[in-house]
Design a protein around this ligand. Structure first.
Ligand code: HEM
Length: 168
Protein backbone atom coordinates (compact mmCIF):
# COMPACT_ATOMS: atom_id res chain seq x y z
CA UNK A 1 0.00 0.00 0.00
CA UNK A 2 1.23 3.52 -0.74
CA UNK A 3 1.91 5.86 2.17
CA UNK A 4 -1.35 7.61 3.18
CA UNK A 5 0.61 10.81 3.89
CA UNK A 6 2.35 11.42 0.56
CA UNK A 7 0.94 8.60 -1.55
CA UNK A 8 4.33 7.76 -3.00
CA UNK A 9 6.34 5.59 -0.61
CA UNK A 10 5.64 1.86 -0.51
CA UNK A 11 5.01 0.35 2.89
CA UNK A 12 8.08 -1.43 4.20
CA UNK A 13 7.28 -5.18 4.00
CA UNK A 14 8.14 -5.63 7.71
CA UNK A 15 5.00 -3.65 8.52
CA UNK A 16 2.54 -5.49 6.27
CA UNK A 17 0.94 -7.28 9.28
CA UNK A 18 0.13 -3.83 10.74
CA UNK A 19 -1.19 -2.24 7.54
CA UNK A 20 -4.73 -2.22 9.01
CA UNK A 21 -3.61 0.32 11.62
CA UNK A 22 -2.42 3.00 9.16
CA UNK A 23 -4.39 6.19 8.57
CA UNK A 24 -6.48 8.53 10.71
CA UNK A 25 -9.03 7.31 13.24
CA UNK A 26 -11.66 9.53 14.91
CA UNK A 27 -13.65 8.33 17.91
CA UNK A 28 -17.23 7.57 16.89
CA UNK A 29 -18.56 8.49 20.33
CA UNK A 30 -16.82 9.88 23.42
CA UNK A 31 -14.48 7.50 25.17
CA UNK A 32 -14.93 6.61 28.83
CA UNK A 33 -12.26 7.33 31.42
CA UNK A 34 -12.26 6.08 34.97
CA UNK A 35 -10.05 4.99 37.85
CA UNK A 36 -10.92 4.40 41.51
CA UNK A 37 -9.26 7.66 42.58
CA UNK A 38 -10.80 10.06 40.00
CA UNK A 39 -14.17 11.27 38.79
CA UNK A 40 -15.29 9.33 35.68
CA UNK A 41 -14.91 11.46 32.53
CA UNK A 42 -15.59 11.45 28.80
CA UNK A 43 -13.18 12.44 26.05
CA UNK A 44 -12.78 12.47 22.30
CA UNK A 45 -9.61 11.38 20.51
CA UNK A 46 -8.00 11.31 17.07
CA UNK A 47 -5.26 8.84 16.18
CA UNK A 48 -2.83 9.25 13.24
CA UNK A 49 -0.64 6.34 12.10
CA UNK A 50 1.67 7.01 9.13
CA UNK A 51 4.94 5.84 7.62
CA UNK A 52 7.69 7.15 5.34
CA UNK A 53 8.90 3.83 3.94
CA UNK A 54 11.00 2.93 6.98
CA UNK A 55 10.19 -0.25 8.94
CA UNK A 56 8.57 2.09 11.50
CA UNK A 57 5.07 3.50 12.00
CA UNK A 58 4.88 7.09 13.27
CA UNK A 59 1.92 7.96 15.47
CA UNK A 60 0.17 10.85 17.22
CA UNK A 61 -2.80 10.51 19.60
CA UNK A 62 -4.64 13.72 20.55
CA UNK A 63 -7.41 13.63 23.18
CA UNK A 64 -9.87 16.45 23.93
CA UNK A 65 -12.47 17.23 26.59
CA UNK A 66 -15.79 15.83 25.31
CA UNK A 67 -17.76 19.02 26.09
CA UNK A 68 -15.32 21.97 26.09
CA UNK A 69 -13.19 20.43 23.25
CA UNK A 70 -10.06 21.62 25.07
CA UNK A 71 -6.88 19.63 24.33
CA UNK A 72 -6.07 17.11 27.06
CA UNK A 73 -3.85 14.06 26.90
CA UNK A 74 -1.40 13.74 23.95
CA UNK A 75 0.97 10.97 22.97
CA UNK A 76 3.35 10.50 20.07
CA UNK A 77 5.89 7.92 19.09
CA UNK A 78 6.88 5.02 16.93
CA UNK A 79 5.84 1.41 16.37
CA UNK A 80 8.41 -1.21 15.44
CA UNK A 81 7.98 -4.89 14.59
CA UNK A 82 10.59 -7.55 15.03
CA UNK A 83 11.05 -8.90 11.47
CA UNK A 84 9.75 -12.43 10.98
CA UNK A 85 7.89 -12.50 14.31
CA UNK A 86 4.68 -11.10 15.77
CA UNK A 87 6.57 -9.04 18.40
CA UNK A 88 5.62 -5.35 18.39
CA UNK A 89 7.07 -2.41 20.32
CA UNK A 90 5.52 1.02 20.93
CA UNK A 91 7.98 3.79 21.87
CA UNK A 92 5.85 6.53 23.43
CA UNK A 93 6.19 10.09 24.77
CA UNK A 94 3.23 11.57 26.66
CA UNK A 95 2.53 15.26 27.33
CA UNK A 96 2.20 14.40 31.03
CA UNK A 97 5.99 13.90 31.13
CA UNK A 98 5.83 10.11 31.00
CA UNK A 99 7.85 8.16 28.46
CA UNK A 100 7.42 4.45 27.97
CA UNK A 101 8.29 1.40 25.96
CA UNK A 102 5.46 -1.07 25.55
CA UNK A 103 5.96 -4.48 23.98
CA UNK A 104 3.58 -7.21 23.03
CA UNK A 105 2.19 -9.40 20.33
CA UNK A 106 0.09 -9.04 17.24
CA UNK A 107 -2.56 -11.76 16.97
CA UNK A 108 -4.66 -11.33 13.84
CA UNK A 109 -5.83 -7.73 14.11
CA UNK A 110 -5.34 -7.42 17.86
CA UNK A 111 -2.33 -5.86 19.51
CA UNK A 112 -1.79 -6.57 23.23
CA UNK A 113 0.93 -4.45 24.81
CA UNK A 114 2.51 -4.23 28.25
CA UNK A 115 4.83 -1.52 29.54
CA UNK A 116 8.45 -2.70 29.74
CA UNK A 117 10.02 0.59 30.79
CA UNK A 118 8.53 3.76 32.25
CA UNK A 119 10.30 7.04 33.01
CA UNK A 120 9.05 10.45 34.07
CA UNK A 121 10.24 13.95 34.75
CA UNK A 122 11.86 14.52 38.15
CA UNK A 123 8.97 16.84 39.06
CA UNK A 124 6.09 14.55 37.99
CA UNK A 125 3.01 14.61 40.19
CA UNK A 126 2.13 11.57 42.27
CA UNK A 127 0.72 8.97 42.07
CA UNK A 128 3.26 7.48 39.70
CA UNK A 129 2.17 4.99 37.05
CA UNK A 130 3.77 1.59 37.72
CA UNK A 131 2.39 -0.50 34.86
CA UNK A 132 0.37 0.02 31.65
CA UNK A 133 -1.49 -2.59 29.57
CA UNK A 134 -2.99 -1.52 26.29
CA UNK A 135 -5.04 -3.37 23.67
CA UNK A 136 -5.85 -2.22 20.11
CA UNK A 137 -8.35 -4.33 18.26
CA UNK A 138 -9.82 -3.94 14.77
CA UNK A 139 -13.32 -5.28 15.24
CA UNK A 140 -15.34 -7.17 12.60
CA UNK A 141 -17.53 -4.03 12.21
CA UNK A 142 -14.45 -2.08 11.01
CA UNK A 143 -14.13 -0.04 14.22
CA UNK A 144 -10.88 0.21 16.11
CA UNK A 145 -11.06 -0.20 19.89
CA UNK A 146 -8.42 0.88 22.39
CA UNK A 147 -8.42 0.00 26.09
CA UNK A 148 -5.78 1.17 28.55
CA UNK A 149 -5.32 -0.26 32.04
CA UNK A 150 -2.80 1.01 34.55
CA UNK A 151 -1.46 0.38 38.01
CA UNK A 152 -0.22 3.26 40.17
CA UNK A 153 1.65 3.57 43.47
CA UNK A 154 -1.58 3.06 45.32
CA UNK A 155 -3.94 1.17 42.96
CA UNK A 156 -3.65 -2.27 41.33
CA UNK A 157 -3.96 -2.76 37.55
CA UNK A 158 -7.36 -1.50 36.46
CA UNK A 159 -8.98 -0.02 33.36
CA UNK A 160 -8.43 3.75 32.85
CA UNK A 161 -9.70 4.21 29.27
CA UNK A 162 -11.97 2.62 26.71
CA UNK A 163 -12.76 4.17 23.32
CA UNK A 164 -13.73 3.16 19.79
CA UNK A 165 -12.80 4.91 16.54
CA UNK A 166 -13.91 4.88 12.93
CA UNK A 167 -11.54 5.48 10.02
CA UNK A 168 -11.80 9.06 8.74
C1 HEM B 1 -5.83 10.80 35.65
C2 HEM B 1 -2.32 8.16 33.67
C3 HEM B 1 -4.34 8.68 29.30
C4 HEM B 1 -7.53 11.75 31.20
C5 HEM B 1 -4.71 10.04 35.47
C6 HEM B 1 -3.82 9.64 36.56
C7 HEM B 1 -2.84 8.92 35.99
C8 HEM B 1 -3.09 8.84 34.57
C9 HEM B 1 -1.65 8.29 36.71
C10 HEM B 1 -3.97 10.00 38.04
C11 HEM B 1 -4.74 8.92 38.76
C12 HEM B 1 -4.87 9.18 40.24
O1 HEM B 1 -4.90 10.35 40.65
O2 HEM B 1 -4.94 8.19 41.00
C13 HEM B 1 -2.59 8.06 32.31
C14 HEM B 1 -1.82 7.26 31.38
C15 HEM B 1 -2.39 7.40 30.15
C16 HEM B 1 -3.52 8.29 30.32
C17 HEM B 1 -0.59 6.44 31.76
C18 HEM B 1 -2.02 6.78 28.83
C19 HEM B 1 -1.38 5.62 28.73
C20 HEM B 1 -5.38 9.57 29.42
C21 HEM B 1 -6.19 10.04 28.33
C22 HEM B 1 -7.08 10.89 28.85
C23 HEM B 1 -6.83 10.97 30.29
C24 HEM B 1 -6.09 9.63 26.84
C25 HEM B 1 -8.12 11.61 28.04
C26 HEM B 1 -8.46 12.84 28.20
C27 HEM B 1 -7.35 11.73 32.57
C28 HEM B 1 -8.16 12.53 33.49
C29 HEM B 1 -7.68 12.24 34.76
C30 HEM B 1 -6.59 11.29 34.60
C31 HEM B 1 -9.28 13.48 33.11
C32 HEM B 1 -8.21 12.80 36.11
C33 HEM B 1 -7.80 14.19 36.35
C34 HEM B 1 -6.34 14.33 36.32
O3 HEM B 1 -5.66 13.77 37.21
O4 HEM B 1 -5.82 15.03 35.41
N1 HEM B 1 -4.25 9.53 34.30
N2 HEM B 1 -3.61 8.65 31.64
N3 HEM B 1 -5.79 10.14 30.59
N4 HEM B 1 -6.43 11.00 33.27
FE1 HEM B 1 -5.10 9.75 32.47
Amino acid sequence: MACPVNNTVELNPTLLPLEWLLGTWECDEPGEGSFPTIKPFRYTETLHFSHVGQPVINFMFNAFHAESKKPMHRECGFVRMQPGTNRVAFIIAQNSGLVEIEEGELTGQQLSLQSQQLARTSFAKEPYVKQICRVFQLRPDGKLEQTVSMATDNQPLMQHLRITYRRS
